[in-house]
Design a binder for this molecule. Sequence first.
Ligand code: IPD
Ligand code: CA
Ligand code: CA
Length: 265
Amino acid sequence: MHPMLTIAIRAARSAGDQILYAMDKVGQLQITHKGNNDYASEVDRNAESDIIHILRKAYPDHGILAEESGGHEVNNDYVWVIDPLDGTTNFLHGFPQFAVSIALKHKGKIEVGVVYDPLRDELFTAERGGGAMLNNRRLRVTKQPGLTDSLLGTGFPFKNEQYLDAYLGMFRTLCIESAGIRRAGAAALDLAYVAAGRLDGYWEIGLQEWDMAAGVLLVKEAGGVVTDFSFRDKYLESGNTIAGNPKMHQAMYLAIEPHVTDDLK
Ligand code: IPD
Ligand code: CA
Ligand code: CA
């Protein structure tokens, strides 16, 4: 195993333990309102400090891009991309779907990714060129050939309401053509579930890099395809993401494309 993946796993498990421990005290947490429908608690901040402490101890020269504390030395060749708690709104409501997400980029390419669901003790890991795993099992995307009978994941543009009309157009088409759509509330797990074959495909508008960096590597290493809404690989920049097995990705792209406005390209 890549030594940097070993460190990422250590950090993700440590943060996951903290999050689980804090679950019983959700009512007593200090919550910060960061923006439109965007919240963070001391659990997010403490988990992030813990992750950064573990990563920095092993790799003091690496850069960090983390949701709660921002970017530090992000021009470094190596940058860790951290979402300490993906699914904060779920966590704050006791809705059991959230995860820790940690990825490492080298010269802009995602090299390793970890998504850890502490409630289910599910550890999703990927190394570029080395495949994707869930605990000790190798992952593959589904063989689903098209939208009919497929199960999709998505996220709503609840922080970016200006995209709601475009999103609802996409949703309408995909709702009619698929067997079902799930909005579980943690993008990192949505992508991990595509990699694990639990979802046939997934799309979302306006993600941040930390929501998806680890998840997109999982999907690709499990044999899937990830693009933005213009069929390019600029998803980390735009945050607009379509993921699925190659046939599902193509079918979803064709369904989504007619609704894509200029500001989503
Ligand atoms: C959010 C979750 C959610 C997605 C949002 C993200 P957070 O992350 O991944 O599923 O729809 O776009 O911001 O704020 O809980 O870390
Ligand atoms: Ca997130
Ligand atoms: Ca978060």
